[in-house]
Ligand binder design. Sequence first.
Ligand code: NAG
Ligand code: NAG
Ligand code: NAG
Ligand code: NAG
Ligand code: NAG
Ligand code: NAG
Ligand code: NAG
Ligand code: NAG
Ligand code: NAG
Length: 837
Amino acid sequence: MLAFAYFITAFLFAYVSCHTCLIQDNRGDCASRGFETVPQDLPRNLTSLDLKRNLIGTISHGDFQFYGRLVILILDKNKISVLQANAFRGLKHLKHLSMAENRLDLNTSYVSEIFGPLKSLDRLYISRNMQVGTDLPVYYPFFGYFRKLTILEMDLARKPIWNKCGFSKLKQLRTLSFNFCFLDKMTNRTFAAMPPSIENVYFAGCKVRELAELNFLKPFHSLKILRLFKICMDIASALKIVYPFKKMQELNFTEVNPGYCDGLIRAPYAVIITADMTKYLRNICLRKLILIRNGIVDFKPNSLLSYTYPECFVTIIFSGDRFSITNGFKTVELTKLILQLSNLVTFNYSGILSISTDEMNSGLTVDTEYPENLDHLIAINRKLDVQITFPFPRSLKILVLSKFDGVQHVQGTTPHTIYFSNINYLRVLDLSYFKMKYFPNIVFNGTNFLEYVDLSGIDSTLYSGRNNIPLFKESKTLILKHARLDLTLSRGRKIFSLVPTVKRLDISYNHLWFLPNDAFNSNKNLRHLDMGFNLFSEVPIAVHTLKNLEILNLEHNNLQTINETFQQLFDLRNERIQASFQLKLSGNVFRCNCENSDFVLWISKTRIKLDKPARNYTCQLENGTYTNTQKAAENFHEFYGNCENEMWLRVGICLLVIFITFTTPIAVIVNFRWRIAYWVYRVFKRVVENDLRSKFKYDIYLSYSDDCFDWVKDVLIPKIENTWKMKMCIEDRDILAGIIRSDAISQSIHESKNILFIISKSFSEKTWGKFEIERAKYEKYTGHLQRIIVITRNVQVENFPMELDCILDDVFLVDWSDQEIENGWDKLRMALFSDFN
Ligand SMILES: *[C@@H]1O[C@H](CO)[C@@H](O)[C@H](O)[C@H]1NC(C)=O
Ligand SMILES: *[C@@H]1O[C@H](CO)[C@@H](O)[C@H](O)[C@H]1NC(C)=O
Ligand SMILES: *[C@@H]1O[C@H](CO)[C@@H](O)[C@H](O)[C@H]1NC(C)=O
Ligand SMILES: *[C@@H]1O[C@H](CO)[C@@H](O)[C@H](O)[C@H]1NC(C)=O
Ligand SMILES: *[C@@H]1O[C@H](CO)[C@@H](O)[C@H](O)[C@H]1NC(C)=O
Ligand SMILES: *[C@@H]1O[C@H](CO)[C@@H](O)[C@H](O)[C@H]1NC(C)=O
Ligand SMILES: *[C@@H]1O[C@H](CO)[C@@H](O)[C@H](O)[C@H]1NC(C)=O
Ligand SMILES: *[C@@H]1O[C@H](CO)[C@@H](O)[C@H](O)[C@H]1NC(C)=O
Ligand SMILES: *[C@@H]1O[C@H](CO)[C@@H](O)[C@H](O)[C@H]1NC(C)=O
């Protein structure tokens, strides 16, 4: 009864509290609480009030008169369409007012003098209110009270009238931003009334179909930053509006192209930049030039790479476009420009080699793109031994050359060696997804201080054989996503020893399911290791050697548990670094079965920092039901109470068998004692087996390579499935297309009682062969799989997969060459049924 009362109280309390705001340090957080009017019962001394995502439609007379200390007021994403006179009375300290994404009409909602009380306002955001454009003139409200306003963000109507807005009084206004823009003509009268103090002008979402007039932005005498974002207009026209400025901080054109007119991001029209288009841009002394996704496919001589004041540049970002900067005249122009960019710090040039996530994730299918026969390529390059020297702007610190076609065509051939000169300031080098078939020797002329290297998307086998990669020598951060490290490591090549100083290593997305135990032996400083999105089924032992590890990311792998060794290791590390060890495990499906009950307990208690603070990692119970580790721990006794019983049952059976084995001889005739004992043993075993059997979907998982397809189809399957009545899982037949391959294979092997490998000549080339062996080992080790049977078919010793070596004692080996037809069946039958009969 008491509990019931408590429950009711708690319920009522929860109900009431869902309308009340969170008040902390005089800040009121009332976001998303369903308010239809401004709440009047909050503390009077609030300095900040957040009312976004409520249902307020009207700000009434004096709604804020008691909150006179407010400095920040946020009313975004409500339904406000009416502001009554005196709505803002009393807010004389307010500095920041935000009413974006409401239904305020510039022409009618703002009654005169509405802004009168807001004497201290510094920032006003009233953008994203105007839902439809109109050809009628729109009279903007009077802003003249805001003597201190520095930032104004609003909508831009097609015919804005702001000569009565008092803009001339806004002496402090620096930033004018338009978000929701219906302007369709850029004329030299549009901004005639604007105060000259404005330095930053941002436009977003305009659709300008006519050519801009010269002097469009001229009223902004001191323009420093111009940003065009998602603007539907000709790039030629956009480049014209920078006239007549001579000195600017930043020019940022992101998605400026008529191809974006329908509002969705579609393929932009192809644009070729000519010298005429850049005639105004060229003469500006510009610190930051940013051109992103503008559909530029090429440029002509004396356009994009020629400037009157190249020494002004600090940052250049060309990204998401398709032009090359290295072919023909461009190489010459670029080299010339580089020598003049004496103050450049960041050069970020990324193309749009579209790399779909599919392509990245499927990984193993892109094999064909990567040259297997490297020696051949290297030999060709030796012959030519092309060297190029890449001069760096003297002060360059960050160089990004990513997502575009490689250097193979520079001067007609792949350079063998690239000398980077002047690299004393270079700290960041990002060559991710740079398509190349040969990884050039990069030699530094100068002292190497590189700290951050990103070679994601570049096949690591292209460089892993080398003894020394200067790029890696000093780097603290190395990113190697999508780098085919599985291939590199399976070929026994060392890679991490090339980066002895690394502190942060990212090897996610590499299809890794194993790491050599000594993989990290030379990486004593490693603190942050990211191995997410791989195929690990257990924490690699190599992690054990990392004495300084602080962050370990294992999300989206195939981990089923973390065994005691690692539980202790992580806890110990955590203690040593004052409880700041971080472990990321989401995206794994753990097994919360009896064997792993220690893991369930550990994960619920450990004090290390987990990526799910609720400790609710998905996991599967003994009977196949999915739950999470938090629930499993909560119901520990219910879920794991039976575990011990099961163990005792097994012990009991063993004892009984032993008992029978030893006692029956006394009771029965000596000749029969073995048979009786064996009979009893078999009956008990059957009972246990039957229980087990029900958990398996298949009797046999079959792994074979293409060269025995015919034999498998015509000989093996008919016999096993039709004659022996066993259910087989055959990759090409039973594993559905469309599911993530590795998961499907893991699942099928898990659901099979036995696994049968047919090792033939081409097995070692089989895409998933090694993975299947790895899974088989794992399942055998965890006690699910009963037998691993290996049939060798006409195979030479050297073609036998090495991966099977270490479990050779545990497999049934059947040598079955074409000559020995009868014997083969007998051996296979023995291997499959030996325990039963
Ligand atoms: C604000 O008012 C509340 C009560 O309304 C009071 O508890 C709190 O101490 C006040 N804070 C300050 C900083 O005056
Ligand atoms: C704005 O109001 C004026 C009169 O105050 C009117 O002439 C004009 O048509 C209105 N514009 C819109 C878009 O309603
Ligand atoms: C504005 O443009 C018109 C026509 O393009 C031109 O005649 C006029 O002189 C320009 N005015 C200014 C101030 O540039
Ligand atoms: C360029 O402008 C867009 C839109 O305002 C902004 O989101 C982006 O951060 C800017 N880019 C840089 C590099 O400043
Ligand atoms: C380079 O530009 C791309 C696209 O704008 C951006 O995603 C990336 O973070 C930039 N890289 C650096 C090092 O600034
Ligand atoms: C390295 O730089 C020095 C001076 O900066 C220069 O003399 C030398 O030729 C350069 N070496 C190469 C291989 O470019
Ligand atoms: C835990 O697993 C590792 C291999 O990942 C193994 O070396 C170690 O012996 C295991 N520890 C226990 C307690 O089973
Ligand atoms: C875990 O808990 C968090 C918040 O407590 C919740 O958002 C999330 O959906 C839960 N995940 C699972 C797998 O139960
Ligand atoms: C599996 O076991 C759990 C706990 O023992 C139980 O709650 C659940 O209903 C079972 N599911 C099935 C399908 O038997």
